[in-house]
Design a binder for this molecule. Structure first.
Ligand SMILES: Nc1nc2c(ncn2[C@@H]2O[C@H](COP(=O)(O)OP(=O)(O)OP(=O)(O)O)[C@@H](O)[C@H]2O)c(=O)[nH]1
Ligand SMILES: [Mg+2]
Length: 442
């Protein structure tokens, strides 16, 4: 599980940039640093030094370096970092030189894996590091920071303590039958197990977590020419889609991502819905219908300057059970529709960019609470649900009048499953699953 050799990798992104940082971790970190880097003075731990990167007597770069002696480092091993000028050539040369000194290229997430194996952070915090790196919006980032500062660990710990209490109740019933009867113990266990199961299930909001992580998918749908593409352009504040007065301009699906109040939103523009004999447009209409069905929110765009048509009515009826906003577009023209006739409607003019704030507000409202549940990572939620299922089985066993120790087996199972969230219970496969999703250098 833990290879104690010295590893190195580029810790910053590949390519040109302000700086490039090469990170080295392990016993050889200090000697390697001293071979390659010549500071003006002697090294003290945790201090940044200015100096030169020297190879074969040649100065390769003017740079900064820091040595962090164990255990006060990211991995709890000796760690050295060389901060070079950005770009791939110098950083590549440093890595080559390190490999020649017997250092091994770090695999994905290996520095963080060592931090976990050396007990500096638990597994859920290690995963939070990656979640924070890949967060694209404020919500995903906030959830990751909460997890990084131990939110998940303390939630799971509390659940584990409750489980241990339930188990000690069982032990008491077995050891001191004169003080607590099996019936009493079974009653307590049923109640405790069910309430903990509910608590774990409530901590999982898969939809919210997905929205915080990957964004809220908002599909713009409506008849041809109502102004869907104009709306996409107005919302993105750029010309993403072609706009013409020819009905059937948009044929394929167009996507545009943006951040609204820290929420990542993916707008999907679609082909205008109508019966058509043109093969390409017919495929476009099919795609549009699928996009509507799979979206988180439907924005039904209507042309407010003309009365509703059969196709509008059909779309209003098809989307009535899904989260939706009704947009009365072309509000700059004389109105033929009344917003009071529609639920959750907003009047806008995509052409003039009017009403976008109200529309954005309504969209963001559909993302309220996203990413705020106790657990937000798929792996954690899957395990929490598994543990809740074991707890429900325990409660059922008690209800069925089975001996309390049968239920205790399920409680132990739940305890074991929760341990996989924080990493009290790990195996090589679990670690590979978690860390293979990391980037190299982290
Ligand atoms: N007056 C006015 N015209 C608009 C408005 N929004 C769009 N239009 C016009 O309506 C026509 C159709 O606009 P599009 O954005 O291409 O409409 P669409 O719904 O994407 O159409 P298809 O792609 O064909 O389904 C264009 O001529 C736009 O300039 C608006 O708010 N006011
Ligand atoms: Mg269009």
């Amino acid at each position: 599980m833990y290879q104690k050799d010295t590893i190195a990798a580029l810790a910053t992104a590949q390519g040109e940039g302000g700086i490039a940082i090469v990170r080295i971790s392990g016993d050889k970190a200090e000697s390697c640093l001293k071979t390659l880097f010549q500071p003006a003075v002697a090294f003290e731990s945790h201090r940044m030094y200015y100096g030169h990167l020297v190879q074969g007597g040649q100065v390769l770069d003017e740079c900064m370096a820091v040595l962090m002696r164990a255990p006060r480092s990211y991995t709890r091993e000796d760690v050295a970092e060389i901060h070079l000028h950005g770009g791939s050539f110098v950083a590549g040369s440093v890595l080559k030189a390190l490999y020649a000194l017997g250092v091994r290229p770090a695999s994905a997430g290996e520095f963080t894996k060592r931090a976990f194996l050396n007990g500096r952070i638990d597994l859920s915090r290690a995963e939070a590091v990656m979640a924070l790196i890949s967060a694209e919006g404020g919500r995903a980032a906030r959830a990751a920071v909460r997890q990084l500062s131990g939110g998940v660990s303390s939630f799971i710990q509390t659940a584990q303590e409750k489980l241990l209490q339930l188990l000690s109740g069982v032990a008491a019933a077995i050891d001191y039958p004169e003080e607590i009867t099996f019936e009493e113990a079974a009653g307590e266990m049923t109640e405790g197990a069910l309430s903990l199961a509910v608590e774990l299930e409530n901590a999982c909001d898969e939809r919210g977590a997905r929205i915080a992580r990957s964004g809220l998918e908002v599909v713009l749908c409506g008849c041809p020419n109502v102004g869907k593409s104009s709306l996409l352009n107005a919302l993105s504040r750029e010309e993403v889609a072609i706009v013409t007065d020819i009905p059937g301009t948009t044929r394929d699906i167009l996507r545009s991502d943006m951040l609204l109040s820290g929420l990542k939103v993916r707008f999907v523009d679609t082909a205008g819905l109508r019966q058509n004999t043109d093969t390409i447009e017919t495929i476009g209409v099919e795609k549009a219908k699928k996009a509507v069905a799979s979206a988180d929110v439907a924005v039904v765009v209507l042309d407010a300057s003309r009365p509703l048509q059969a196709q509008d009515e059909a779309l209003l009826s098809d989307t009535k059970d899904m989260p939706r906003i009704i947009v009365l577009n072309k509000w700059d023209l004389p109105a033929a529709l009344n917003p009071a006739d529609f639920e959750n409607a907003v009047c806008v003019s995509a052409a003039k960019g009017q009403g976008m704030d109200q529309l954005e507000e309504k969209i963001v409202a559909f993302g309220a609470g996203a990413g705020e549940s106790e657990l937000t990572q798929e792996r954690h939620m899957a395990l929490a649900r598994e543990a809740a299922a074991a707890l429900r089985r325990a409660a059922q066993a008690c209800k069925d009048g089975e001996a309390v120790d049968v239920a205790a087996v399920e409680l132990n199972e739940a305890l074991h499953i929760l341990g996989r969230i924080t990493g009290d219970q790990v195996d090589e496969k679990l670690l590979d699953d978690v860390f293979s999703r990391f980037c190299v250098g982290k």
